[in-house]
Design a protein around this ligand. Sequence first.
Ligand code: SF4
Ligand code: SF4
Length: 133
Amino acid sequence: MIDSRIFSCTRCGFCCHGETTVSLDEKDQQRMIAALGIPREEVCKKYWRITGSVVQMKVVDGHCIFYDDGCTIHGGRPWRCRQWPLHPAVLADENNFETIRNSCPGISKTVCYKDFCLAVEEFSRSLAVNDEI
Ligand code: SF4
Ligand code: SF4
């Protein structure tokens, strides 16, 4: 659970917009298929863009196909969406933290770099032991 004093999603939708989406690993694919409750072939056809071995969600009107004033597949969203904005890249460089903070209004304006890194580390550990998060 992320401390809401550090991050609380405003549902602005910024992270769901763009011309590409995150790639889905096998667990993401299985979780999404289960959440949609339809056969894999149908999910592939309706919702995924497959390039070689890379599976991504389709983009429609400049946003992820599942975005509609919020995530419409919240329980079946990929792990990278679950992780955002607690991205391990911030641990490597404070500039990455500033870039992510500037793009995500859900991050506290007052949280310091050190505390955000601690939250990232804690969340990464929880993701590693429990991929149902
Ligand atoms: S950019 Fe941040 S606040 Fe906006 S929807 Fe994404 S996670 Fe939530
Ligand atoms: S799966 Fe949900 S959270 Fe992830 S990009 Fe699509 S709409 Fe956004």
